[in-house]
Design a binder for this molecule. Structure first.
Ligand SMILES: [Zn+2]
Length: 451
């Protein structure tokens, strides 16, 4: 299908409307719909692939399940390591599809080997675009208003053309793109003072820098209505500061992952996020793999993609921890999670050898504008910080990273630094955790709605 055709546009708008409709269905009704969708996917996988038939052999008759929690509890949990090792077998080719009809999304592989998920392009794009438009609709954005995007991977553009799916909403107003690495926070705010955007889209680290500069100088930006944050979660303090300093009462956090696309987005009425139940099954599990039911209780995030028929991700443990939000009566029935979603890194060990998770949420070094990507590799004696930075990391920055990591990881005496361009050293001691294939820096999938 031609992805720029009117037919595609009308399909996506129809899909958006369908998603919006399902977001207010009574819980029991939507659970039945999700179960039916899920059974379709499982039946497809087992009928097309011997690997999948074997992987799901412990299920009783797939069509006989009448409860979503029951079928989920009968399925194994898949982690990224397992997915990476078995991705060839997991893949189910679409009949007669050419290579160009697939798209591969690769994770950064921060605490596990990078995972490449091959998707059927048309399907992946439709779902992603429809979800993006759901978010625009929920927050009643007007495509004609001025928007400023701040991104690290693209050059500046004035009066740029926004791409689909935003063009499906009408002729866009002035849109600007600024590269966050080529401008100081002062320059970015100065620019915003000139163009007076209604909407600002950026990553949380850049927003934190703008907040600090705005507190210091007080640029006259009167026009801002909404700030949307993608790529990582914004902490509550920065959110409150940004709200008061920029006079905005809507800050939208989008929780995304390369493997899936949208996972959750901020509620139009409240601070919690709603999981995108039209496309994914979002579970929060305790240490014994039991569903966490109580709001506020921390658990591991496990996600199933209902629409990826080429690389089915079924009960995939993404490596984050989250909590259900308190029920609020906001009118949207998609499950609500608290905005504090963090990365769970259970490989770290205490001195007794017990696993001790730690979180890299909100560490100081995430604010370094020159640091574009990194991996952390744990050897028995050394923690290796393997990074890409331009023009490099200063010794002060290395000390900040050192302090941040020492506060989080026990049992590590030394932290060494290695830029991506240098070949990875072979350790002489026992290896605890090694990632063999560091990737070149790639853009976030979250930034693709631009083009
Ligand atoms: Zn809500």
């Amino acid at each position: 299908m031609d992805l720029s055709s009117d037919l595609f546009k009308s399909d996506i708008l129809r899909m958006r409307d369908l998603f919006l409709k399902t977001s207010t269905l009574p819980h029991a009704v939507s659970e039945d719909l999700i179960l039916a969708e899920f059974q379709k996917l499982l039946l497809y996988a087992t009928s097309k692939s011997p690997w999948w038939k074997n992987y799901l052999k412990d299920l009783s008759d797939i069509g006989s399940y009448t409860s979503l929690p029951k079928i989920l509890s009968d399925l194994p949990i898949m982690n990224p390591e397992f997915f990476a090792e078995n991705s060839q077998s997991i893949f189910i080719p679409v009949p007669d599809a050419r290579d160009a009809e697939y798209v591969t999304h690769t994770t950064r592989g921060l605490f596990h080997p990078p995972v490449s998920v091959k998707k059927y392009l048309t399907m992946a794009k439709m779902i992603y675009d429809a979800q993006t438009l759901v978010e625009w609709q929920w927050h009643e954005r007007d495509i004609k208003k001025v928007i400023v995007y701040i991104r690290h991977g693209y050059p500046d553009q004035d009066l740029m053309e926004v791409g689909p799916p935003l063009t499906y909403l009408g002729t866009s107003g002035p849109a600007y793109l600024r590269n966050s690495r080529q401008h100081s926070p002062a320059e970015l705010l100065d620019f915003m003072e000139d163009v007076q955007p209604a909407y600002l889209s950026l990553d949380p680290a850049t927003l934190r820098e703008l907040v600090v500069e705005q507190a210091r100088v007080g640029y006259e930006i009167e026009s801002l209505e909404q700030i949307f944050v993608t790529g990582a979660q914004l902490d509550d303090n920065s959110r409150l500061l940004a709200e008061s300093l920029f006079g905005v009462n809507v800050i939208i956090n989008r929780y995304e992952a390369q493997e899936f696309g949208h996972l959750a987005t901020t509620c139009p009425g409240q601070q919690h996020l709603h999981t995108i139940a039209s496309s994914i099954i979002f579970e929060i599990l305790d240490d014994q793999d039991r569903p966490v039911l109580a709001p506020g209780q921390l658990g591991r995030v496990v996600v199933t993609d209902l629409h990826n028929y080429t690389s089915p991700l079924i009960r995939y443990e993404i490596g984050d921890v989250a909590r259900w939000a308190l029920p609020t009566g906001c009118g949207i029935t998609w499950p609500a999670v608290s905005s504090q979603i963090e990365r769970d890194d259970g490989w770290s060990q205490t001195e007794n050898g017990e696993a001790s998770g730690f979180s890299l949420f909100n560490v100081d070094f995430h604010n370094f504008r020159n640091l574009s990507d990194y991996q952390i590799i744990k050897f028995s004696d050394v923690l290796l910080f393997y990074y890409s930075a331009w023009p490099g990391l200063s010794s002060t920055q290395k000390n900040v990273i050192r302090e941040n990591l020492k506060g989080l990881v026990s049992n590590v005496d030394e932290i060494s630094f290695q830029p991506f361009s240098v070949a990875k050293p072979v350790p002489t001691g026992a290896r605890l955790q090694v990632y063999q294939s560091p990737l070149p820096y790639r853009e976030d999938w979250s930034q693709q709605e631009l083009f």
